[in-house]
Design a protein. Structure first.
Length: 86
């Protein structure tokens, strides 16, 4: 339903963007948001490494039903399935 590309963002800016997009998507009744972090270099990028921590924070965790990688060969994108708001 919505896509967020974090390429070129700092960790602080990326965190703020993830929070804003997921909160807005949940309020709008959307169910799926794709977040592109990129694969990073070497052991992975900062954004890719930090995203799971951000998604588990108390302000986002209640909104999220599931998180998955769309394809095993592409670890640079994550799909977030949001809970239905009642």
């Amino acid at each position: 339903d919505r896509k967020l590309d974090l390429h070129g963002m700092t960790a602080a800016r990326g965190h703020h963007a993830v929070l804003a997009v997921l909160t807005d998507a949940a309020r709008s009744g959307l169910r799926c948001v794709e977040i592109v972090t990129g694969r990073g270099s070497g052991e992975g990028g900062v954004l890719r490494r930090e995203l799971p921590f951000w998604l588990n924070l108390p302000d986002l965790r209640p909104l999220i039903l599931a998180v998955s990688y769309p394809h095993a060969a592409n670890q640079g994108a994550v799909r977030v399935l949001l809970r239905r708001m009642r």
